[in-house]
Write a protein that binds this ligand. Structure first.
Ligand code: RP5
Length: 173
């Protein structure tokens, strides 16, 4: 965790934290200061209101909110701040995260939440998206985003031997 975080990651339960691991790793890879909190929109609504107000006052620019089941956390955070909110729907069990996905993306007009994929893929993309938002006003983060994209683009593997060991796949001659 860092002083003067630019990104606040909030989730509804400690049980969500393992799925968010990649989110923290990606933020670290961009050298973006972040902080994490476990505050449920349903169980601790007053604490959530207070936290969002405090975080805004302390300079948080982007909120990432992750929750499972009836995932109201991202929407409630968006109701409490004018800053960008990225919602990560999590797999809470019976409905495999579709319940949370619908909750995250079906926001009423005027209260936007940027929804990403269910689970760990979405958690990582939430961090990538936060980096791209912050990059609009930060040259160092812009350069790190460009470097990530260039590295990713350079990893194409045309004409591999698909039966070779995955780590040592060789170009087909
Ligand atoms: C949601 O309910 C949380 O985000 C979590 O995904 C789900 C279950 O919470 P716990 O019962 O594990 O605390 O609010």
């Amino acid at each position: 965790m860092a002083r003067n975080p630019l990104v606040a990651v909030v989730c509804g339960s400690r049980s969500d934290l393992p799925t968010l691991r990649g989110c923290f790793d990606v933020l670290d890879s961009y050298e973006i200061a972040w902080e994490a909190s476990v505050i449920s929109a349903h169980r601790q609504p007053e604490a959530l209101r207070q936290y969002v107000a405090d975080a805004e006052g302390e300079g948080v620019r982007v909120f990432i909110a992750a929750a499972g089941l009836a995932a109201h956390l991202p929407g409630v955070v968006a109701s409490l701040t004018g800053r960008p909110v990225i919602g990560v729907p999590l797999d809470g069990g019976a409905l495999g995260g579709a319940d949370a996905l619908y909750s995250v993306v079906q926001m009423p007009p005027g209260v936007p939440v940027a929804g990403v994929a269910i689970g760990s893929a979405g958690a990582r993309n939430a961090a990538h998206l936060a980096a791209r938002i912050l990059a609009l006003g930060d040259q160092a983060i812009t350069e790190r985003v460009q470097a990530f994209r260039a590295d990713q683009a350079g990893r194409a593997e045309p004409r591999i031997d698909p039966r070779a060991d995955a780590a040592g796949a060789t170009a087909r001659s």
